[in-house]
Write a protein that binds this ligand. Structure first.
Ligand SMILES: C[S@@+](CC[C@H](N)C(=O)[O-])C[C@H]1O[C@@H](n2cnc3c(N)ncnc32)[C@H](O)[C@@H]1O
Length: 223
């Protein structure tokens, strides 16, 4: 894995990462994180990789719900991982935290890859590269569960999403708002791609997408 390439930090251009959890609370995170966990339905012994894990909230929730799963949290930012480690220690929860970019995942044959609020911050080429790396990291039949800002279907949600666009830039965020993610997930080689939840929040609507690595072939888009 490499940490030499540029990435947008958790709060974009707006604030240091120590404020991230307070800001994330404004996104109805208990609601959508709970939905992500329900769709993952983690089982004992499963290997679950959280890509762009940030301060670790989702990885910790998964570890609490299924302590017999092996959870790996990957993020390029050592500062957010330091927060994640502190939270895990305080909760007495074991997660394997690793510094790394989402487009340089190890091909570990994971059972599940999850990711939340990462792709909207990434340039279009990076969105594609991360999805291809997720596909390669999964075992055949492995599940993908992504929560992120998706198609903003109403005027109210489009207006609310502007605050995210101010923080993270319009070029990277607009494809999400236009509903590009399901197509990008399918382009990366996934099958059974579905938007299974849409959660309106004061920062725009957050969608949960599920998909599956089908067959044994290489992803449609190599990196
Ligand atoms: C908005 S935060 C979301 C954090 C966490 N997943 C959550 O749900 O709270 C986005 C995270 O994505 C990470 N990130 C940004 N670019 C990335 C990339 N190319 N690959 C992997 N992670 C990336 C950032 O460091 C940050 O921690």
């Amino acid at each position: 894995m490499t940490t030499e390439r540029a990435f947008t930090p958790a709060l974009g251009r707006v604030a240091p990462v120590r404020f991230y959890d307070a800001v994330a609370a404004l996104t109805r995170e208990r609601r959508w994180r709970g939905l992500v966990v329900a769709h993952v339905a983690p089982r004992p012994g499963e290997a679950i990789v959280d890509v762009g894990c940030g301060t670790g909230s989702l990885a910790l929730l998964l570890a609490r719900v299924q302590p017999a799963a092996r959870i790996v949290g990957v993020d390029p930012d050592p500062d957010v991982l330091a927060v994640a480690r502190r939270k895990a220690d305080a909760a007495g929860v074991v997660v394997d935290w690793r510094v790394g970019m989402g487009d340089a995942l190890e091909e570990v044959g994971a059972d599940v890859v999850v990711s939340s609020l990462v792709l909207h911050q990434c340039p279009p080429a990076m969105k594609r590269a991360i999805l291809a790396a997720m596909h390669a990291a999964l075992a055949p039949g492995g599940r993908l569960v992504i929560a992120d800002y998706g198609r903003q279907r109403t005027r109210a949600m489009r207006l609310a999403f502007r605050v995210v666009q101010l923080a993270d830039g319009r070029a990277n965020t607009q494809p999400n708002a236009d509903g590009a993610l399901p197509g990008l997930i399918a382009e990366a080689g996934f099958g059974d791609v579905r938007e299974v939840e849409v959660v309106p929040t004061m920062t725009g609507s957050i969608s949960v997408y599920v998909a599956r690595r089908v067959g044994t072939g290489a992803p449609a888009l190599g990196v």
